[in-house]
Design a binder for this molecule. Structure first.
Ligand SMILES: NC(=O)c1ccc[n+]([C@@H]2O[C@H](COP(=O)([O-])OP(=O)(O)OC[C@H]3O[C@@H](n4cnc5c(N)ncnc54)[C@H](O)[C@@H]3O)[C@@H](O)[C@H]2O)c1
Length: 254
């Protein structure tokens, strides 16, 4: 059986949960050899076990994407084990304070959200690109959000960080296009993951309001984002770069 990512080596941050975990499983199903990265070792290792149990190949590397030494070590380990890096999905992120107006937004929380969601993506790309440039090929996808395409209330750092990821992805695409490297951002609507569960907090009114924001009338599933990321990373998307692609059930069409 041939997969869309046969022979490719793919690294995914935030691979222990939600969109990152679903993507790791779909990437492996499509033939990629995986590097699953997460700050949480138990969940990251569990993703690796699931991939191996399904007959795929994966290693776990623990790294906090805000720490440059750990990010550099994660790329060094990838090259040590697999000898190359073809696809990188820089996806680790946090929601930060939700429901808090800008005037009350906590400074430490602001720094943490920007650190993980924006600086973390830059640090990952810094070390991934250094290797891909030597290789002369590669495809990078960064997780932004619909919150990187439109504004919203009561989560200022999240909106700012995700708009930053869109800008950073475009800059990286333009800078590296002639070197055979494509860079895109994926912009999910609200997806049923632990992050979304924390925001919904078992409140049916909040969940119904979120469903109404999506013309498809429901939340998305992590696998629906994963399928788009696989396509962006695959050779089928060979002329696609610098895009911020919404996978959002129509959220930003309204
Ligand atoms: N779920 C949604 O509705 C939604 C919508 C749009 C965008 N996103 C984005 O998708 C990405 C994944 O979100 P999710 O919903 O799967 O969340 P999740 O909370 O289920 O998973 C996030 C993963 O990232 C890891 N992580 C957090 N901080 C890290 C760090 N400093 N270093 C390494 N790993 C770290 C966590 O341990 C966790 O495994 C995030 O960037 C998020 O902002 C999510």
């Amino acid at each position: 059986m041939t997969g869309r990512l046969d022979g490719k080596v793919a690294l995914i941050t935030g691979g222990g949960s939600g969109i990152g975990k679903a993507s790791a499983l779909v990437f492996a199903r499509e033939g990629a050899k995986l590097v699953v990265v997460d700050v949480d070792a138990d969940s990251g290792q569990a993703t690796v076990s699931e991939i191996e149990n399904a007959g795929g190949q994966a290693i776990f590397v623990r790294a906090d994407v805000t720490r440059s030494a750990e990010v550099r070590a994660m790329i060094d380990r990838t090259i040590e084990v697999y000898g190359r890096l073809d696809c990188a999905f820089n996806n680790a992120g946090i929601e930060g304070n939700v429901g808090v107006p800008i005037s009350d937004y906590d400074e430490d929380n602001w720094d943490r959200v920007i650190d993980i969601n924006l600086k973390g993506v830059w640090l990952c790309m810094k070390y991934e690109l250094a290797h891909m440039l030597k290789q002369g090929s590669g495809s990078i996808v960064n997780t932004a959000s619909v919150a990187g395409l439109v504004g919203g209330t009561f989560g200022a750092a999240y909106y700012a960080s995700k708009h930053g990821v869109v800008g950073l992805s475009k800059a990286a695409a333009i800078e590296n296009g002639k070197s055979g490297i494509r860079v895109n951002a994926v912009c999910p609507g609200v997806i049923r993951t632990e992050m979304a569960e924390r925001v919904i907090n078992d409140d049916q009114d909040i969940e119904s309001a979120i469903e109404l924001q999506h013309p498809l009338g429901r939340l998305g599933m992590p696998e629906e984002v994963a399928e788009t990321v696989v396509w962006l990373c695959s050779d089928a998307a060979s002329f696609v770069t610098g895009q911020a692609l919404a996978v959002d059930g129509g959220f930003v069409a309204q």
